[in-house]
Design a protein around this ligand. Structure first.
Ligand SMILES: [Zn+2]
Length: 322
């Protein structure tokens, strides 16, 4: 068991220090409270609409694929204090059971590849978390809205994918990257996304880990890095993921909906997950991110973006399972 922050030498490796700062912000009680669980629908059966909330008008459509991977479990994340997930950097919250996976996709939205990823997920009646790049969200807001309409969870991955641990990066510039990224995703969706964040290149400066804690934004590293951006074929993506996953037995899988090989690999990869007895866990936030007005306004000014979406949240983000 990890000690409290006060018992730990924080002069150790950056990634360990980052994790420990999170430990310092979470008591064991709050760690347990960061996760709540709701039952998921079984593939092939229509969900019963919640009796008190018919207004969404969106009972989960029956899954047309009787052999679909589906969704094994839905968990709700309380982002208070900025919990960290993914054992490559954050080792406090071991919530996945054996054979459970979380599918995560970075760097979108992007034409072609993101829609292909959405189709593969829909064909298997399953879901993932999309960590969108703010700039890309402003280029292709309609694609990000498709991600939301399909019921996936959407978080942010900075404004321009800057390395927040880079030599020329200052703490203020890094905060700008984080906040502008969330504001851009919110602009594209017309509604605040999940307070879920992934650091570019999995670089976790401790000061920013602390900052996200104060912003009640959960951080996502990973357990299984697909290295799909380096893969020379879709088969290589599948082989890398399955090999690592079979060794670990479970985990948060990092992929990129931005990458063509990943889009091509996903149908087969999802079939392999199903065949291997893996179950997908859907992660949803207890509450959406609170963007900062200053960045919402700056974004509109600097990017000269029109107000494109005045639709109510319920018409943009559909409840698939609860
Ligand atoms: Zn990225």
């Amino acid at each position: 068991m990890l000690g409290t922050a006060s018992t730990i030498n924080v002069g150790v490796l950056m990634r360990i220090a980052a994790a420990l700062i999170v430990a310092g912000t979470l008591s064991l009680g709050t760690a347990a409270a960061a996760l709540a669980q709701t039952p998921a629908s079984t593939p092939g059966t229509a969900a019963v609409p919640a009796p008190a909330a018919p207004s969404a008008g969106s009972a989960k459509p029956a899954c047309a694929n009787p052999d679909a991977l589906g969704i094994g479990r839905v968990v709700e994340i309380d982002p208070t204090g900025g919990p960290g997930f993914g054992f490559e950097h954050f080792k406090q919250l071991d919530f996945l059971r054996d054979k459970e996976v979380v599918l995560t996709f970075d760097d979108g939205p992007w034409p072609g590849n993101t829609p292909a990823v959405l189709k593969a997920l829909a064909d298997e009646c399953t879901t993932g978390i999309f960590f969108a790049i703010g700039k890309h969200a402003t280029y292709h807001p309609e694609i990000l809205r498709q991600v939301a309409a399909a019921g996936h969870t959407i978080g942010a991955h900075t404004w321009s994918h800057a390395n927040l641990n880079g030599k020329k990066m200052t703490e203020q510039l890094a905060k700008d990257e984080i906040e502008k990224g969330f504001s851009a995703v919110k602009w594209a969706l017309g509604a605040a996304p999940a307070p879920f964040f992934r650091f570019p290149a999995l670089q976790h400066p401790p000061a920013l880990v602390s900052y996200l804690g104060t912003r009640n934004i959960a951080m996502f590293s990973c357990d299984v890095d697909s290295f799909d951006f380096k893969a020379r074929s879709s088969q290589q993506v599948i082989d890398t993921v399955m090999k690592k996953l079979d060794r670990l037995g479970k985990g948060i899988i990092l992929m990129h909906d931005f990458q063509k090989h990943t889009a091509e690999a996903l149908p087969e990869l999802l079939r392999r997950l199903k065949a291997g007895g893996y179950k997908v866990v859907q992660m949803k936030p207890k509450f959406p991110v609170e963007t900062l007005a200053q960045y919402d306004e700056e974004l509109m000014k600097s990017a000269k973006l029109p107000t494109i979406s005045t639709r109510p949240v319920s018409s943009v983000v559909k409840t698939i399972s609860e």
